[in-house]
Design a protein around this ligand. Structure first.
Ligand code: FAD
Length: 550
């Protein structure tokens, strides 16, 4: 029996976890774990997944939010990686065209910086060719005047020209949640707030399951599984240590920070990838009413559970912007919000943070723990395919399982078949929203977040908005209802950070409505008043971390 992916079904899911024998248990509800769970279940395996916090709460909500080929990997001559992630972009766009949207990137070229004009032109040609980019979307080289017309804010000093090339923009947390929902539709028992505390072994010392804790109730449970995959991102080595198998290669963590400013403070006309004085490159990406800027890349050894932006991280990005756009004078006061994440890279002797490869690797321990580390958001599907191919061959080759088919499993229920359909739907939704006084940005936000699942949210909104004078609150309430009953929202932060992105991109909305939303979630989840107050305090701390830097 399958249950709806609703928070109200948590007790049912916990019972299933406790009572059944699984083929595969995945530890970690980031994009890697979600991808592995979907791939395995869609081939016919019986799968469970445990995430100790919320889905995507690790690195998978803290990226640059690009589904990209990784131009910098071309610079590092990692052709295989560029080809794989480059081709994957088009596949992931097809699977969720509302959520993985085409974004033209401007690459300004300056005397003595990065690659020269002709090398860049050649490099981008190779980039497009490796990724199989359609002719009409292939790179276009620009003269100096054309580049400055594309982006008049750029510094004029030393500019030689530029290039426009194709990438995709996404919301990493929503992408992870949609993959999780798709996996649940294929029978995966996927739980947030269930922490794997230890491993369980059989008489021969082979893994036979895990000991876990439901973080919501404190209940301990044993989950029995033939195979256990460790997709714990930055925590992969902690679980390898617990399994006494942390030998050979190990993780090296680097911190990456993004800051968010109002679009009018950095009114770039399109996404830009530009040089910084230290030889690195960063992005400035317009998104709705804001522009976000990132990222930094610094070695990290602090707490993995509390990664925050420091003032010097923010200043690094601000100075990079102010140098590249001389008429822009950002200060720390302009930063509305931020996020900081960890890259789980594989350590290599003698290489700096930026030089380490972003390739993924699979390790298998003598007791059978399969750990997957490294990789990128963009390559999650291929990474999952490799892991599941290996599992099938090693553990389930006597079973009649299907081949990998994730290249054609749509990632949202009622998905679009093309980007043109997304645009048409957006126009129709705008018309529906206009009478309630919503701007076009709200239509874009809803469609990019939920796709056609917006119909369900609008259905709830139409039925319940009348008594609520403030229509933004009525709409938010409809979103909360949807995210709790279809996307496993357990806390205020799940809703404001990883289902809606509002804490990053519209922090004022969070400030204005958090009390009312807390009251509504209290009703859904039967919180006591003390629990509601704790939740509000935790959200306030998260807002403080995102916007006030030490
Ligand atoms: P995570 O998302 O960290 O997931 C691991 C999960 O395991 C966590 O949620 C954690 O809570 C859980 N976990 C840990 N221990 C346990 C336990 N004991 N029990 C249960 N659960 C546990 N890639 C791109 O393709 N495009 C980009 O634009 C991009 N930009 C990036 C920018 C930055 C700053 C960073 C840091 C990375 C970026 N990446 C990008 C890389 C990409 O974000 C990561 O490769 C990807 O998100 C890693 O996903 P993951 O699932 O492996 O790890």
């Amino acid at each position: 029996m399958t249950f709806r992916f609703s928070t109200t079904n948590r007790p049912n899911f916990i019972n299933v976890l406790k009572s059944e024998q699984f083929d595969l248990l995945v530890i970690g509800g980031g994009i890697t774990g979600a991808g592995v769970a979907l791939d395995a279940a869609s081939r016919g395996l019986k799968v469970a997944l445990c995430e100790k916090n919320d889905f995507a709460q690790g690195t998978s909500s803290k990226s640059t939010k690009l589904i990209h080929g990784g131009l910098r990997y071309l610079k590092q001559l990692e052709f295989g990686l560029v080809k794989e992630v480059g081709s994957e972009r088009a596949i992931v766009h097809k699977l969720a065209p509302h959520l993985v949207v085409p974004e033209k990137m401007l690459l300004p070229l300056f005397d003595g910086k990065s690659l020269g004009y002709w090398l860049t032109s050649f490099g981008l040609m190779i980039y497009d060719w490796l990724a199989g980019v359609k002719r009409e979307d292939q790179r276009r080289m620009l003269t100096r005047p054309q580049t400055l017309r594309h982006e008049p804010l750029l510094k004029k000093d030393g500019i030689k020209g530029g290039a426009i090339y194709s990438e995709y923009r996404t919301d990493d947390a929503r992408l992870t949640v949609e993959i999780m929902k798709a996996s649940a539709r294929h029978g995966v028992v996927a739980m947030n707030y269930v922490r794997v505390a230890n491993f369980v072994y059989d008489d021969q010392g082979k893994l036979s399951g895990v000991n876990a804790t439901d973080e919501q109730t404190g209940e301990s449970l044993i989950i029995k599984s033939t195979v256990v995959v460790n997709a714990a991102g930055s925590w992969v080595d902690d679980l390898r240590s617990l399994n006494k198998s942390k030998t050979g290669k190990r993780l090296f963590l680097t911190k990456g920070v993004h800051i968010v400013v109002a679009h009018e403070k950095l009114p770039v006309k399109q996404a830009i990838y530009f040089d910084v004085h230290d030889g690195r490159m960063i992005f400035a990406i317009p998104r709705g009413r804001v522009t976000y800027i990132g990222t930094t890349d610094t070695p990290y050894t602090g707490s993995k559970d509390h990664v925050v932006t420091y003032q010097n991280d923010a200043w690094y990005l601000i100075e990079a912007v102010n140098t590249m756009f001389p008429d822009v004078t950002l200060t720390i006061m302009d930063v509305e919000s931020s996020w900081a994440g960890l890259r789980p890279l594989i350590y290599e002797d003698g290489k700096s943070a930026s030089e380490l490869s972003r390739k993924d690797e699979i390790f298998e321990s003598p007791s059978g723990l399969i750990s997957i580390a490294g990789g990128k958001l963009t390559g999650y599907r291929k990474m999952a395919e490799r892991v599941v191919d290996m599992l099938v061959q090693k553990y389930f080759n006597n079973r009649m399982l299907k081949n990998c088919s994730t290249q054609s499993i749509a990632l949202a229920s009622h998905t679009f078949t093309s980007y043109q359909d997304v645009r048409k739907y957006q126009v129709a939704l705008r018309r529906q929203l206009e009478p309630f006084g919503f701007s076009i940005l709200v239509a874009h936000y809803l469609v990019e977040n939920y796709g056609q699942q917006t119909d369900t949210i609008m259905g709830y909104f139409r039925e319940h908005h009348e008594p609520i004078e403030d229509k933004r609150l009525a709409l938010l309430s409809a979103e909360l209802w949807y995210c709790t009953h279809h996307e496993m929202v357990v806390s205020l932060s799940d809703f404001f950070v990883r289902r809606t992105g509002l804490l990053y991109f519209e922090i004022e909305v969070v400030k204005k409505y958090r009390d009312k939303i807390a009251f509504q979630l209290q009703t859904y989840l039967h919180w006591t008043d003390t629990k509601k107050e704790t939740e509000l305090r935790m959200l306030a701390k998260e807002m403080e971390d995102a916007s006030n830097f030490s």
